[in-house]
Every structure is written in structure tokens, then in C-alpha cells.
Design a binder for this molecule. Structure first.
Ligand SMILES: *[C@@H]1O[C@H](CO)[C@@H](O)[C@H](O)[C@H]1NC(C)=O
Ligand SMILES: *[C@@H]1O[C@H](CO)[C@@H](O)[C@H](O)[C@H]1NC(C)=O
Ligand SMILES: *[C@@H]1O[C@H](CO)[C@@H](O)[C@H](O)[C@H]1NC(C)=O
Ligand SMILES: *[C@@H]1O[C@H](CO)[C@@H](O)[C@H](O)[C@H]1NC(C)=O
Length: 210
């Protein structure tokens, strides 16, 4: 698995050096004026907003926008599949589901109780995409092999995505069995650009909207 990861990272670096970067950082503001730092990876858009803090732990507003053909997609906050919080999302009818996971290796990730989520408005499915908008408490700091791991809110975080074309077996169940990923890779999510003094009002706005 480590060898596979190194190879993947190497390929990604070569791709970045020779061609267009696989993920471009940008800023995105929705119709309600909630602004996010944005990266696109594997054809999926990942957006984050965080409070203006200098250290973890901090809450994260995460938005995942995936083409409808994406069965599930998720982010690994530590940049690898194993031993870090995984935030997975998928479509369930006209809405979306968030699932808190943790993988101990290259195996089916189990439920992770160290992160809790509040689904926010802007979680929907239309003709072309599904969108998950969620507030995560516990995604910025975790413990792996006895060591504390923290995201630096003032830097671009190296995270990873995973996705599969096959939807979860039981889409209404956040603990559903999921198919192994058909796509994965590392990308950067600029947390410094995700900082906002308006974080609390963003959360209120996103809790209130239909
Ligand atoms: C999903 O939305 C469509 C269009 O708004 C509606 O016709 C359909 O009944 C909805 N399905 C469910 C399961 O709510
Ligand atoms: C599923 O949702 C319940 C209720 O919000 C929560 O307690 C549980 O941790 C979630 N499980 C997963 C795997 O996300
Ligand atoms: C569906 O929602 C996504 C995300 O908001 C948006 O980019 C896309 O244009 C929408 N598609 C349609 C057909 O409205
Ligand atoms: C965060 O707070 C610092 C210190 O008060 C300030 O200099 C900075 O402009 C703030 N950043 C944002 C994005 O508001």
C-alpha cells in the first residue's frame, strides 16, 4: 500500500510539473454569500470554510459537489486512506448522506465516532450533480498510532480524495457498505484561504436555509 501511494504521488507530481495541475485552488461564494476555499480533484469539487483560528481543533464547513454518476466520494483529512478521519458523501433520493469513517488499512472503512456532523442546507441532488454540505467537528484533529495529528489552519492541507462509481448498498444508511474506490489521489485544500471571520454566521445561514 505504501508503495502504491508513493507511485500515485509520484505520478501526480509529474502530472503537475508537465501539464495542468490536477487540482486548482480557488474561492467560491454561494447565492447566500457563504464563501469557501475550493479545489477540484477527480472531477469532484471540494469546498471548505473554517473559523479564523491559529490552531486546531476547529470546525469545518465542507461541501462536496459530485457528478451524479459518482456513487460515493470522500475526503481523507490526513492525505491517505488509513488512520485519519474520512468524510464520505453520496446521494440518497433527492438528498445526500454524510458518513463518518476511518480505515485501519487498505480495507473497508468502519464508522468513526471521533468526528460528528451536522448536515446543512445546500445538500441536494439535481439532474447533473449531488451536493453535500456539512459541518464537521473532529475533522481537524485526531490521534493515529498514539500520536496527535492536527491540520494547520494557516496552510494548504495535503488531503486525499476517494470515489467510486458504484453507489453504497444502502444509500439511506450512513453506515452502509461501500464499494472499493475506483478513483483516488492526493490534492491540496487551501485552509488559509478557507478562513473567515463570518464562520458562525455561515453556519447559522446554512442551518436556516431550506
Ligand atoms: C425528487 O424531486 C423531484 C423533482 O423535484 C420530485 O418530482 C420527486 O418526487 C422527488 N423524489 C423524492 C423521493 O422526494
Ligand atoms: C450516522 O448518524 C448517526 C446519527 O447522526 C451518528 O450517530 C453516527 O455516528 C453516524 N454514523 C456514521 C458512520 O456516520
Ligand atoms: C446541479 O447542481 C450543481 C451544484 O450546485 C450545479 O453546478 C449544476 O449546474 C446543477 N445542474 C443543473 C442542471 O441545475
Ligand atoms: C484573522 O485574524 C487576524 C488577526 O486578527 C487578521 O489579521 C486576519 O485578517 C483575519 N483573517 C481573516 C480571513 O479575516
Amino acid at each position: 500500500m505504501h508503495i502504491l501511494q508513493s507511485v500515485t504521488a509520484g505520478v501526480a507530481l509529474i502530472g503537475t510539473a508537465l501539464a495542468a495541475p490536477s487540482a486548482a485552488a480557488a474561492k467560491y461564494c454561494d447565492a447566500a454569500g457563504v464563501c469557501f476555499s475550493e479545489s477540484v480533484a477527480g472531477g469532484v469539487t471540494f469546498r471548505a470554510a473554517i473559523p479564523n483560528v491559529s490552531a486546531a481543533p476547529f470546525d469545518i464547513i465542507l461541501q462536496i459537489v459530485a457528478p451524479k454518476a459518482t456513487g460515493w466520494a470522500g475526503i481523507a483529512w490526513g492525505g491517505a486512506m488509513a488512520n485519519n478521519p474520512l468524510t464520505l458523501g453520496w446521494a440518497n433520493g433527492n438528498s445526500t448522506v454524510v458518513s463518518s469513517r476511518w480505515a485501519t488499512g487498505h480495507v473497508l472503512p468502519g464508522a468513526y465516532a471521533g468526528a460528528t456532523y451536522t448536515t446543512l442546507s445546500g445538500s441536494s441532488v439535481n439532474a447533473t450533480h449531488w451536493t453535500l454540505t456539512t459541518l464537521c467537528t473532529g475533522c481537524s484533529q485526531w490521534t493515529a498510532s498514539g500520536a496527535a495529528k492536527k491540520l494547520d489552519p494557516s496552510a494548504a492541507a495535503t488531503v486525499a480524495y476517494g470515489l467510486a462509481t458504484t453507489p453504497p448498498t444502502e444509500p439511506s444508511n450512513n453506515a452502509s457498505r461501500i464499494a472499493v474506490h475506483t478513483g483516488k489521489g492526493k490534492f491540496t485544500l487551501d485552509l488559509a484561504a478557507a478562513k473567515t471571520e463570518k464562520f458562525d454566521s455561515y453556519v447559522q445561514t446554512l442551518k436556516g436555509k431550506a
